[in-house]
Design a protein around this ligand. Structure first.
Ligand code: FES
Ligand code: FES
Length: 161
């Protein structure tokens, strides 16, 4: 038997409280208990990047974090970067450039791309490749994804992303 632990998370700007099992990962809790199905489960062992979220501003594989370790953390998922009416330039560019096919990898790619552009608003193609090297995509061949990130960077040039 185990005791549930109540934790507090701020997810995409909304304060939430949830009771978690001691061994539940942040990924499990976000998806299965809190309905954040935009956070994808691929490998569940830190290899594919599908489950990436910002955890207190830093990109993290949510499958590698115990939910209780994230108590009182601020989490931003790919869905939290924009709204359907006002997409983030990265979200828009992924659609415009064909960076989304099945879409399974997309939330994780967008988190990695956002992290890159936060640190380096003028990335080279090689910078983008390196920044996305921890994210697997089985559909696009990556070219459209790279084009999308470069296009978003150009669009965001001089703007707060
Ligand atoms: S599901 Fe977390 S890295 Fe693959
Ligand atoms: S779009 Fe299908 S895995 Fe990337």
């Amino acid at each position: 038997m185990y005791d549930l632990q109540t934790i507090h998370l701020k997810i995409n700007g909304v304060e939430e409280e949830v009771s978690v099992k001691p061994y539940a990962t942040l990924l499990d809790v976000l998806r299965d208990q809190m309905g954040h199905i935009e956070v994808k489960e691929g490998c569940a062992v830190g290899d594919c990047g599908a489950c990436a979220v910002f955890l207190d501003g830093v990109p993290a594989c949510s499958c590698l974090v115990l939910a209780r370790q994230a108590d009182r953390a601020e989490i931003v998922t790919a869905a939290g970067l924009g709204t359907p009416e006002n997409l983030h330039p990265l979200q828009e560019a992924f659609m415009d450039y064909g960076g989304i096919q099945c879409g399974f990898c997309t939330p994780g790619l967008i988190i990695s791309a956002k992290s890159l552009l936060d640190q380096n608003p003028h990335p080279t193609r090689q910078d983008v490749k390196v920044a996305l090297s921890g994210n697997y995509c089985r559909c696009t061949g990556y070219e459209q994804v790279i084009e999308a990130v470069l296009a978003a960077a150009a669009k965001m040039d001089g703007r707060d992303g």
